[in-house]
Design a binder for this molecule. Structure first.
Ligand code: NAD
Length: 315
């Protein structure tokens, strides 16, 4: 698995180890957020048998070496430069890791004879043009951030490699994932930390933008199910699935829920909308429900309470 030290990747490693799989994890500890947080994610996993390799997706030869040696039955490709706003500042870096890095990964899989791959894509590929709720059949031709464009490119590359080389690939569009070990740049992690400390939070826009927040355990159930479906699919197939909570919440409502969980009022600073941010996300999960058995179970209030409990234990 790539991105093993990250937020979603470390949860996925844990779930794979729980079911008795042999897991080989790759990550380069990208400095987008501190290495010590990623090492904290990894420590309990390596203690349980995760074989970890510090490898950069941009280093095609090293990547190939690790994958050829491991020769896994299946690859979960989660490593990426994530985050919409920072991609506006470093678009070339995002393209190198998320596009060229994905080509390297697909080529390494091919060299190692690995047919089955699950790729972490994003709801951001829908941009602002798709009708709500977002369906996998939408064209997704107008992403509005470099990050979204690199994720859509990754999906297209997966489709091409599946078709050209008889691979079986699933692309999963994650919708704003949250829970313990969430990336520190994301809104919920920021708001829990700042509101509890009595620090002001900045809200961009007028508070009406909305997100379809998805609890990480629900996402992991969907990722595991996708792995099974990909393994059973015909050579040459590429299928896209939404993994979203299907219950969008406005930014201001999110803050109100966080105030309840933390037991403290938020001091809000308002700022203009940010370039690259979409107005709303909302998953249509008809396909993922029918084909993956995906049903989100954890409602936002419950998920926030769990992330808050985790956050307090870390301090
Ligand atoms: N968190 C979300 O809400 C969300 C939503 C949509 C899609 N995604 C996608 O899910 C995946 C995991 O996201 P996350 O939130 O866990 O992010 P994360 O940043 O916590 O995890 C990504 C991991 O990839 C690693 N990485 C980055 N560049 C690398 C490189 N060049 N070589 C090897 N490893 C590299 C990082 O060190 C990090 O540990 C990403 O592909 C992301 O785009 C996440």
């Amino acid at each position: 698995m790539t991105g093993a030290a990250g937020f979603i990747g470390s949860h996925l490693c844990g779930a794979l180890l729980d079911r008795g799989d042999v897991v080989v994890g790759l990550d380069n500890f990208d400095p987008f957020y501190p290495r010590r947080l990623k090492e904290r994610n990894l420590a309990p996993l390596t203690a349980r048998g995760l074989a970890f390799n510090e490898v950069d997706l941009r280093d095609a030869e090293s990547l190939r070496g690790v994958i050829v040696e491991a020769k896994p039955d299946r690859i979960f490709h989660l490593a990426a430069l994530a985050g919409v706003r920072p991609s506006m500042q470093r678009p070339a870096a995002y393209a190198e890791v998320n596009v060229t890095g994905t080509v390297h990964l697909l080529e390494a899989a091919r060299s190692a004879g690995v047919r089955d791959v699950v790729f972490a894509s994003s709801s951001s590929v829908y941009g602002n043009c798709s009708a709500v709720p977002f369906r996998e059949t939408d064209a997704c031709t107008e992403p509005i951030s470099p990050y979204a464009a690199t994720k859509r490119s990754g999906e297209l590359l997966c489709g091409t490699w599946a078709q050209l080389f008889g691979m079986s690939i699933g692309s999963l569009r994650f919708f704003t994932v949250y829970g313990p070990a969430q990336r520190p740049d994301l809104a919920i992690a920021q708001f829990l930390a700042r509101v509890s400390a009595g620090d002001p939070i900045t809200l961009f826009g007028d508070g009406t933008t909305s997100r379809d927040y998805t609890y990480v355990d629900d996402v992991i159930r969907g990722v595991l199910a996708a792995g099974e479906v990909v393994a059973g699919a015909a050579a040459g197939s590429h299928r896209i699935w939404n993994l979203g909570g299907s219950r969008p919440v406005s930014l201001l409502d999110l803050v109100r829920k966080i105030e309840v969980v933390v037991g403290r009022s938020a001091e809000i600073t308002w700022a203009p909308p940010q370039m690259g941010d979409v107005d709303r996300t909302c998953a249509d999960t008809t396909r993922s429900h029918a084909e993956l058995g995906f049903t989100p179970r954890v409602v936002l209030e419950e998920g926030l309470a769990r992330q808050w409990t985790w956050y307090r234990q870390q301090r």
